[in-house]
Ligand binder design. Structure first.
Ligand SMILES: Nc1nc2c(ncn2[C@@H]2O[C@H](COP(=O)(O)OP(=O)(O)OP(=O)(O)O)[C@@H](O)[C@H]2O)c(=O)[nH]1
Length: 209
């Protein structure tokens, strides 16, 4: 996918090493490079952009994704990327407590500056905690409480296995379609018919017979 218009701007935010780039890689290219490429070689600098079309009920939605750099050094730049975003996937590494604090920081920023941006909470590296439950450092109750605060849902994903990655983006596209205003055109015959029907009702309300 190149150039063209996107329907939804999605931004990924979270601490460095939280797994943002891996999540985008899994979603767009269905691959996980994992340890075959050292992390030092894939650190995001500034931000990276990718896009993919998902189809919900026969409607295509082009999702444009800004994968921001997690390093605090690029914090000011990440702020530029979340401007005007319709959705934010705030990532934290399920095995790293400090990444959850950083997620809270980004949620605070979004709530302050981008009130129209829907937040989706994403705990990453689920495969690690599934294999070794003692590695889990973020309690599910804490994440649920935060989900209530952001009026959103929590996803626990794994870019290694693909768990729930597709689901999170499909939910974003579904939410977008649900809130999008339908244009009143012949392309949307149901709405045109509805409109005509209610107009003729109004006219008849004053009729004598
Ligand atoms: N086991 C496992 N490892 C993962 C998963 N997601 C990411 N990783 C590993 O975690 C490390 C960091 O992942 P990245 O995707 O580069 O993290 P990032 O958040 O984009 O990091 P920055 O670009 O610095 O902000 C890499 O070594 C990944 O291979 C996952 O779901 N499971």
């Amino acid at each position: 996918m190149s150039g063209g218009k996107v329907d939804i701007k999605v931004v990924l935010l979270g601490k460095a090493y939280a797994g943002k780039t891996s999540l985008v890689e899994r979603f767009i290219h269905n691959r996980f490079v994992g340890d075959t490429v050292p992390y030092q070689n894939v650190i995001t600098i500034g931000a990276a952009f990718g896009a993919k079309t998902v189809t919900i009920d026969n409607k295509n939605v082009i999702i444009g994704i800004w994968d921001t750099a997690g390093s605090e050094r690029y914090e000011a730049m990440s702020r530029i990327y979340y401007r005007g975003a319709r959705a934010a996937i705030v990532c934290y590494d399920l095995t790293d407590k400090s990444s959850f604090d950083r997620a809270r920081f980004w949620i605070g920023e979004l709530q302050k500056h981008e009130e129209n941006c829907q937040i989706y909470l994403c705990g990453t590296k689920y495969d690690l905690v599934e294999a070794e439950p003692a590695l889990r450092k973020i309690d599910e109750r804490e994440t649920r409480a935060l989900a209530i605060d952001v009026r959103g849902e929590v996803y626990e994903t794994s870019s290694k296995t693909g768990k729930d990655i597709e689901r999170i983006f499909r939910k974003i596209a579904t939410d977008y379609l649900a809130t999008k205003k339908e244009p009143m055109t012949e392309e949307n015959p149901d709405l045109v018919r509805l409109r005509k029907a209610s107009k003729s009702k109004k006219l008849c309300a004053g009729c004598k017979s």
